[in-house]
Each structure stands twice: as structure tokens, then as C-alpha cells.
Design a protein around this ligand. Structure first.
Ligand code: AGP
Length: 610
């Protein structure tokens, strides 16, 4: 989704801004732009639709200079993908603005500003910010004051950075609903929507809080809270290891990230699980004392993270004897729900910034859950800061829009949560031991599973010309089938649906013919015989199946069925293991189709608007 980079320095900041935008490309966008101020007060603005490289090429021709600047990658919400709608937006060639989020009352603002003579040159909500600040400048004593006045008029979400041509020594930034992070340099300071953008220039960050407005100059950062009081915010030293330019020899980030899974899962387990089991308080200080009282878990998430939550429900109820509900955040936040007694709210998110999940957490706090826990991959993110407990998945930076290693580390975290909660809810010793042993075997099992690539590449060839597909699974493999379908549709644009295979005869069987490949996940578990019956139902109707099966299941390839053997694994980790071939399948199908694997069309990595 949209990305922001800004800088106030002595040197020319163009390279910093463009590099920052490149490092934000993974978030998904459709146009990009930059505005620069020089000390003589000249304002240069360049915008392009398409990739950041188009902008880089355009700037190359113009040789733009500026020691203060703002830059943006836009993911269209209000107004189509055009150069006129790309940020930065300006008012009177004086005030320049970049903005993430949505100004919901922009129509009213637009009418009022038009009546005052402001001319709009785009269809965006963002342009109202530029004109509102410009209007406020008429009475305010400084850009800071003007922004403080202006934000009182905005309804909705914004992370915005504003500069004034008449004072190139500073930018003013404001955050409400869309994250912003200040990067501290030596004699220069920066702002971005995501610390990733600033890693080449600093490791020292201040995460702005909701309602903060800050003034940034080369030598100072002054922050004011919602009430206008000057406040100190903690400076955090980032230890993120990431070079956005480094695909580690892989053709795409997604493939690199798929292959990183054994390592990141090992990291996720390190110092948390020993030979005897789960280490005390791995979910945070005081977590175990709190878990002792938990009788119910409410999980909230979106997309892939929601699928991790759905899998967790099977585990929490089967092994930990804790009742569990799972809901999509965008549904939860807009309906009345009943809070169970002693209920723990768990949010899951790779980014920690997903707008719907964050809003659901804020709502849940008002509803009276006993505590909130977030399972998240980005330290310092909004969900981490606003939850009572946080558990970092340690997947490392995930650049591919299609989530892979974030998902398997989330599942790993949920197995640990199952152990932590099961301890207080009469989990059997044999189940506890089975999960502990399975988790210890997981990194090596993932490595083994990644070796089945060749068979999957061949399968992808047969698959790539199809327009629809059906994914089937049962029990804790049903959410894995859903995740497989999501991966395929995201990056190959093939329509994919997932069903719990017991549901086949209640409707989807009508779709079966040789043009509708059916993908089946078939570990050797207590539901195998049921699954085999479902497979026969498909075969009897002329369906073509691709079965990912444990070799002990005795599935054999024939005219209607292609079987790919998956290494045998212990039951608790089977959902994690069977995720791998489905990720690889979607990757190789997308490769054959020639789609943009890492940045699929219309999608954003971090969905910071609802
Ligand atoms: C996954 O492949 C997706 N790109 C998407 O569904 C994602 O999982 C969802 O937007 C939630 O993001 P989060 O985990 O950062 O909250």
C-alpha cells in the first residue's frame, strides 16, 4: 500500500528518497512521485505512473536537486492511476504533501475549499490536506501551527508529511491511523511510513503515536501529542537485517522466502522451546500467570494471517482444551459480538499495521477482553505497541506480497501458544510431548519437504493454462487448502476456491470436469479414509486431481490423479509441512504465466487502509 519517505538534510536527498521508495516497492503501489525544496526556495515536483524506475528515469533527465524532500508510492483509493493523482500534491505551488490513509470527509472539505477559491487538479482526498494547510497558513504563525490546526478538520486516517516552499529547513508530519516513523541521523533527519525505507541511512527510530504531530529539522525533532503537549518518545535501535536489493541468488523474493522457512522457523523456536518443553513466559513477562485464567481465545486477523488463526483453532480445541473463535478483522470490527468469560484476544499479523486488525484490537479493548496478545513479525509495529502481550515470529523482512515464511512462523507460534495454554487446561502429557517433539523436528522436516520442488515444477506445467481450481482439505488441513488457494489466486490470477472436502457434495461437485483441477492435501491422519471417499467422488465425475500425500497413504498416480509424495511428519506439524508444496505450486504456476510474482497486480503488502 502507499509508502512515504522524507528527509531534511544538508546534502541532496534525491538518492535517499528514491532508494527509500525502492525499498517500499514491496508494499504494492501504482504510481510514484517526489517533491524537493532547495535552500533558495525552489520547489521541484516529478511524478510518474508505474514503477519507481519510471520516476528514477524521469528525474535523471531533470537532474532534480533538494536538501529537503518528500516522496511517495501511491496505491490508488480515491481517483484512478494517473500522474495527476500521484503524490506529492501541492497547493499554490507552495505547500507540498504526501499522505497515506483516507480523509473520509474530503468531499465536504473540497466543497469548502473550492468555495474559497482553491483549484483542485486531482481526484484525490489528499489534495484537500495541501489546501487545508495552505488555508491555515493564513492565520498560523508557522507550518507546525498550520498543520496542528488543519488536522482537527480531518476525519479518517492519515500519515502525512508536509513541507512549505517558503521554509525549506523543515517538514511537519502528522499521524492518525497510518504509521509514521522518524529516522534520526547525524545532522539530518528522516521520516517514513516503514523503517525499511530508511535502513540505509539510520538504525535509530522513533515510532510516532496516534495523534502525534512532529516538526523535523536537520538538527531537531519536536513531537506534540494529540492534546498539543510537547512529548518525548522512545528512541529504538533497529536490528532488522535487510538488504532490499538482495534476493540471495533467487529469481524472486518469494522463492527466497519460501526457502528461508527452515531457518526462520528454527529462529522462532530458539530459546523458547527446550528438550523439556516450552520455556516459562515466552509470550511475555507475566504471560503464564495470565494464561492460567484463560478459558477462551478469540483470534482476529486478515488474509493469510486469518488462515493461521483458523488452523490454531483446531489445535487449541483439540490439544489445549480451550474454546476458540476465529474471525476476519473487517467483520469483527463492524458487528456486535459477545465476549466470553476469561477470553484472551489474539491478533495475528505479519506487518502489525493492517488497518482492520488494528481497529479490531482497539474495539476489543473497549469490549472487555481479559488481555490482548499479538503474534506479529514486525517489532515496534502498531499492533505490538498497542497489545498487552506480544510474541514476535522472527520471520525476518518479508518482501514478497504473497506471505510465505510469515505464515509458517505464525503457525509455529500458535503451536507454542497451544502448549502454553494447554498447561492450564488439562492437556494430556502425550499430546504435550507429541507437540514438543514435532516442533523440534520441524526445521529439518521443512528442509526435507523443500526438496520435492522438481515434481511440483512439472505439475505446474499442466496447471498453468487452467482458469479455475479447487483446493480440498479436511480438519486442520482445511485452512491449509484455503491458504493454498489464496496463494494461487494472488500470484497466478487463477481463480481458486478451497473447500473442506466433506462439503463437496453440498454444492461444489457440480463444478467438477477436466477443466477444473482439484488439489488435495492428504496427510496420513485419522481423516484419511474420509478424504479418500471424497477423492472417489471427484474421480467418479471425471475430475483431474493433484494429490499431495504422505507416502504411507497408498495414493497412486493414474490417468485421473497425479500424486506428489510429501515426507512423513508428526501430526501436529502436518499443516505447516503441507503448506510448502502449495506455496511452491503457486510460485511455479505464476512463473510459467509470467506474472509479477513479488508484486502481483492490485495488491499491497501492508494494508494500512480499510
Ligand atoms: C497474504 O499472502 C496476503 N498478501 C494478505 O492476505 C495478508 O496476509 C493480509 O493482508 C494480512 O496482512 P498482515 O498479516 O500483515 O496483517
Amino acid at each position: 500500500m502507499c509508502g512515504i519517505v522524507g528527509a531534511v538534510a544538508e546534502r541532496n536527498v534525491v538518492e535517499i528518497l528514491l532508494e527509500g521508495l525502492k525499498r517500499l516497492e514491496y508494499r504494492g503501489y501504482d504510481s510514484a512521485g517526489v517533491a524537493l525544496l532547495q535552500s533558495d526556495g525552489s520547489l521541484t515536483r516529478v511524478r510518474r505512473t508505474g514503477k519507481v524506475q519510471e520516476l528514477v528515469d524521469a528525474i535523471g533527465e531533470d537532474e532534480a536537486l533538494g536538501s529537503t524532500g518528500i516522496a511517495h508510492t501511491r496505491w490508488a483509493t480515491h481517483g484512478g492511476v494517473t500522474e495527476a493523482n500521484a503524490h506529492p500534491h501541492v497547493s499554490d505551488e507552495r505547500i507540498a504533501v504526501v499522505h497515506n490513509g483516507i480523509i473520509e470527509n474530503y468531499q465536504t472539505l473540497r466543497e469548502n475549499l473550492s468555495a474559497k477559491g482553491y483549484r483542485f487538479t486531482s481526484d484525490t482526498d489528499t489534495e484537500t490536506i495541501a489546501h487545508t494547510v495552505n488555508e491555515a497558513m493564513k492565520t498560523a504563525g508557522s507550518l507546525l501551527e498550520a498543520v496542528q490546526q488543519a488536522v482537527t478538520q480531518f476525519h479518517g486516517a492519515y500519515g502525512t508529511v508536509i513541507m512549505d516552499k517558503q521554509d525549506p529547513s523543515r517538514v511537519v508530519v502528522a499521524r492518525s491511523g497510518s504509521p509514521l516513523v522518524i529516522g534520526l541521523g547525524l545532522g539530518e533527519n528522516f521520516i517514513a511510513s516503514d523503517q525499511m525505507a530508511l535502513l540505509p541511512v539510520t538504525r535509530r527510530f522513533i515510532f510516532l503515536e496516534e495523534g502525534d504531530v512532529a516538526e523535523i529539522t536537520r538538527r531537531s525533532v519536536t513531537i506534540f501529542d494529540k492534546q498539543g503537549n510537547e512529548v518525548e518518545r522512545e528512541v529504538i535501535e533497529s536490528n532488522i537485517e535487510h538488504d532490499a536489493g538482495d534476493k540471495g541468488g533467487y529469481r524472486h523474493y518469494m522463492l527466497k522466502e519460501i526457502h528461508e522457512q527452515p531457518t526462520v522457523v528454527r529462529n522462532a523456536l530458539q530459546h523458547r522451546l527446550d528438550e523439556k518443553g516450552l520455556v516459562a513466559d515466552v509470550f511475555g513477562s507475566g504471560a503464564d500467570a495470565l494464561f492460567e485464567k484463560v478459558k477462551h481465545v478469540q483470534i482476529i486477523a486478515c488474509g493469510t494471517s486469518y488462515h493461521a488463526g483458523m488452523t490454531a483453532r483446531y489445535w487449541l480445541e483439540q490439544y489445549a482444551n480451550v474454546s476458540c473463535n476465529v474471525e476476519i478483522a473487517s467483520e469483527f470490527r463492524y458487528r456486535k459480538s459477545v465476549v466470553h468469560e476469561n477470553s484472551l484476544l489474539v491478533t495475528i499479523s505479519q506487518s502489525g499495521e493492517t488497518a482492520d486488525t488494528l481497529a479490531a484490537l482497539r474495539l476489543a479493548k473497549e469490549l472487555g477482553y481479559m488481555a490482548s496478545l499479538t503474534i506479529c513479525n514486525v517489532p515496534g509495529s502498531s499492533l505490538v505497541r498497542e497489545s498487552d502481550l506480544s510474541f514476535m515470529t522472527r520471520a525476518g523482512a518479508e518482501i514478497g506480497v504473497a506471505s510465505t515464511k510469515a505464515f509458517t512462523t505464525q503457525l509455529t507460534a500458535f503451536l507454542m501458544l497451544t502448549l502454553a495454554l494447554g498447561k492450564y487446561n488439562s492437556m494430556s502429557a502425550s499430546d504435550e510431548n507429541a507437540i514438543v517433539q514435532a516442533l523440534h523436528s520441524l526445521p529439518a522436516k521443512l528442509e526435507e519437504t523443500l526438496t520435492i520442488t522438481q515434481g511440483i515444477e512439472d505439475l505446474a506445467e499442466e496447471f498453468a493454462d487452467k482458469h479455475h481450481s479447487l483446493f480440498l482439505g479436511r480438519g486442520d488441513q482445511y485452512p491449509i487448502a484455503m491458504e493454498g488457494a489464496l496463494k494461487l489466486k494472488e500470484i497466478s490470477y487463477i481463480h481458486a476456491e478451497a473447500y473442506a472436502s466433506g462439503e463437496l457434495k453440498h454444492g461444489p461437485l457440480a463444478l467438477i470436469d477436466e477443466e477444473m483441477p482439484v488439489i488435495v492435501v492428504a496427510p496420513n491422519n485419522e481423516l484419511l479414509e474420509k478424504l479418500k471417499s471424497n477423492v472417489e467422488e471427484v474421480r467418479a465425475r471425471g475430475g483431474i486431481m493433484y494429490v499431495f500425500a504422505d507416502k504411507d497413504t497408498a495414493f497412486a498416480s493414474d490417468d485421473t490423479m497425479r500424486v506428489i509424495n510429501v515426507p512423513h511428519c508428526d501430526a501436529p506439524i502436518a499443516p505447516i509441512i503441507y503448506t510448502i508444496p502449495l506455496q511452491l505450486l503457486s510460485y511455479y504456476v505464476a512463473l510459467i504465466k509470467g506474472t509479477d510474482v513479488d508484486q502481483p497486480r492490485n495488491l499491497a503488502k501492508s494494508v494500512t487502509v480499510e
